[in-house]
Design a protein around this ligand. Structure first.
Ligand code: ATP
Ligand code: MG
Length: 221
C-alpha cells in the first residue's frame, strides 16, 4: 500500500521511543494505560484519528504522541504519525529521516501522500514528516486537501496520530481539531498554569474538538 521509499532507522536512544526500546518498563506500561483509556473515553465510538496538543511549547506532546503510536502498533494496529508542527518538526529526527518531502509538499499538491510516507523499523508504524515550513500553514491545514489527507490516512490506517503545535498562540492546531475523531490535551506538570490549561480547553472546544482526556506529563530531570 505504502511505497517503501526508505526504511527509517531509530539510530539513537530517545525518550520518544522508550515504549519501543523498553516495552516492559514502567513508563511503557503508563503509555499502554493511556492508549487503552483513549478507547474507553470514546464511549464505544471507534477512534481512528487522534490529535495531540498542549497549551504551550515544549510540554512533551511529541514524546507522548510517538510513545502512544508505538504502543498502538505493538497491539497490532497499523498506525501513521503525521508531523503537523511546521515550527518545530521532530518526528523525522526521532526516526532519522529528512524533514522534506512531507505534509507541506502534499498540501502544496507537489506529490501524493503515499509518496511522502516512510515505513519505520517499528512494525506497523509509518510516519509522514512535516516537510518544509509553510507561511500559509493555517489556510492549508484548513483546506479540502488536508481533509482528503485525513480521509486517505484513516482508510489506510487503524489510527492516525497528529503531532501538533501548541493550541495557544498558533492557529494551526485549531484548524485541525475538527478533522480528528479525538483530541488529547497534554499538560506538562509544573509548566502549565491552570489558567493556560483552561484557556487551551476553551479554545479547543470552540474549534469543535472532541476532547477525550488530559495527559499529565511529569518531566524527570
Ligand atoms: N516525561 C518527561 N521526562 C523528561 N523529559 C521529557 C519528558 N517528556 C518530554 N521530555 C523532554 O522535553 C523536551 C520537549 O519534549 P517534546 O519535544 O516532546 O515537547 P513538545 O511539546 O512536542 O514541544 P514542541 O511544542 O516544541 O512541539 C524533549 O527534550 C523531551 O525529551
Ligand atoms: Mg513537538
Amino acid at each position: 500500500m505504502v511505497r517503501e521509499r526508505q526504511k527509517a532507522s531509530t539510530s539513537f536512544v530517545n525518550r520518544s521511543l522508550l515504549s519501543y526500546i523498553n516495552p516492559h518498563g514502567f513508563i511503557s506500561e503508563q503509555y499502554r494505560t493511556i492508549r487503552n483509556n483513549i478507547q474507553y473515553a470514546a464511549n464505544g465510538k471507534k477512534i481512528r484519528s487522534l490529535l495531540v496538543t498542549s497549551p504551550s511549547e515544549g510540554e512533551g506532546k511529541s514524546t507522548a504522541a510517538i510513545n502512544l503510536a508505538v504502543c498502538m502498533a505493538q497491539r497490532g494496529d497499523r498506525v501513521l504519525i503525521i508531523d503537523a508542527n511546521f515550527r518545530n518538526p521532530i518526528i523525522n529526527k526521532v526516526f532519522n529521516v529528512q524533514t522534506s518531502p512531507g505534509l507541506s509538499n502534499v498540501l502544496g499538491q507537489q506529490l501524493e501522500i503515499r509518496e511522502a510516507i516512510y515505513n519505520t523499523e517499528v512494525e506497523g508504524l509509518d510516519i509522514l514528516p512535516s516537510g518544509q515550513r509553510l507561511f500559509n500553514s493555517t489556510e492549508l491545514l484548513d483546506s479540502q486537501v488536508m481533509a482528503d489527507v485525513m480521509s486517505y490516512a484513516s482508510e489506510q490506517y487503524d489510527m492516525v496520530l497528529l503531532d501538533c503545535p501548541p493550541v495557544l498562540g498558533v492557529s494551526d492546531t485549531n484548524a485541525l481539531v475538527s478533522k480528528c475523531d479525538g483530541v488529547v490535551l497534554l499538560l506538562g506538570s509544573g509548566k502549565t498554569q491552570q489558567e493556560l490549561a483552561l484557556e487551551a480547553k476553551r479554545a479547543l472546544l470552540f474549534a469543535k474538538a472532541n476532547i477525550l482526556g488530559v495527559i499529565l506529563n511529569m518531566k524527570s530531570v
